[in-house]
Design a binder for this molecule. Structure first.
Ligand code: PMP
Length: 285
């Protein structure tokens, strides 16, 4: 991803793709002092753009890190980056981090907080698996307690076990891994939230120890508008056998049907298809 044409917005300027570099003594690289966003632009408009910019600032705040830009400035940066690259449909990645500076150690109070906005063209997150239903492994790692790490932040440090779990899943021929949390409840996948269907009612884990995704919130609203009942609650892994349908939600994943989690099977049913189609229409509206 480093050797190609294009532009990346870095701290106020559009720089050629190959020159968008940071110093090796960047604090974030050593201590995970980094927060980011994943967004999708459809037909020239970023879906829930301001919500993503606000979440980026909030993620920084949760890490005691003040991002020196407003929502409006971040909006401007994202659209400037898209325009410079000539994209109307792209994935947008904003990232803020503690840079290199006067200190090199755990404390970084005197180091600048930096912001960059990149993008790339990204199709279906789970590729061809989508309509067959993605196959998920069950991660051996657990989502941590909100008393251990700020779990509501979209922070780089929370992704260390995601990469490890996704690699383990891929080695078994799965597309992704589903995490339980520190209490043993069903939590989320490595980059997406999860929903289940039982007897026409939708159940989804209560977002009290993982990222309450913007897509998750959008889909809950959509389901309620369809007149469906949505129950947000703690879900035990033993319950997986009782659900008929399952799907994942996320900016990159959009609405992706799940066909299998560990030994449990789900059908790509009518409701899953309807939710996926309605979401697709909404993001392009
Ligand atoms: N959980 C994790 C760990 C994620 O990385 C993502 C993707 N940002 C989500 C959930 C879904 O969040 P959103 O719908 O805001 O993209």
């Amino acid at each position: 991803y480093d050797d190609r044409d294009g532009y990346i917005w870095m701290d106020g300027a559009l720089v050629p793709w190959r020159d968008a570099k940071v110093h090796i003594l960047t604090h974030a690289m050593h201590y995970a002092s980094s927060v980011f966003e994943g967004e999708r632009c459809y037909n020239g408009k970023i879906f829930k753009s301001r919500e993503h910019s606000a979440r980026l600032i909030e993620s920084g705040r949760l890490l005691d890190m003040t991002i020196p830009y407003t929502v409006d400035q971040i909006e401007e940066a994202k659209y400037a980056m898209l325009k410079a690259n000539g994209w109307t449909d792209a994935y947008v990645r904003a990232v803020a981090w503690r840079g290199a500076g006067l200190d090199m150690g755990v404390s970084a109070a005197r180091n600048p907080v930096m912001l960059a906005v990149a993008g790339w063209e990204w199709g279906a997150y789970y590729g061809d698996a989508k309509w067959q239903g993605a196959k998920l492994d069950i991660a051996k790692w657990k989502r941590p307690s909100p008393e251990t790490i700020p779990t509501a932040a979209k922070a780089a440090g929370l992704y260390m076990i995601c990469t490890m779990s996704k690699h383990a899943a891929e080695a078994k021929g799965c597309s992704d891994a589903l995490f339980m949390d520190y209490r043993g409840y069903v939590a989320e996948a490595t980059g997406a939230n999860v929903f289940f269907v039982k007897d026409g009612v939708v159940h989804t884990p209560l977002a009290d120890a993982f990222l309450n995704g913007i897509t998750r919130q959008t889909v809950i609203g959509m389901l309620k508008d369809m007149g469906l009942e949505v129950v947000e609650r703690h879900i035990m892994p033993e319950e997986l056998s009782s659900f008929s349908e399952c799907w994942l939600t996320g900016t990159a994943a959009e609405v992706t049907p799940v066909g299998q989690i560990g030994e449990f099977h789900f059908q790509v049913g009518d409701l899953t298809r309807k939710v996926s189609d309605t979401y697709e229409t909404l993001v392009r509206a």
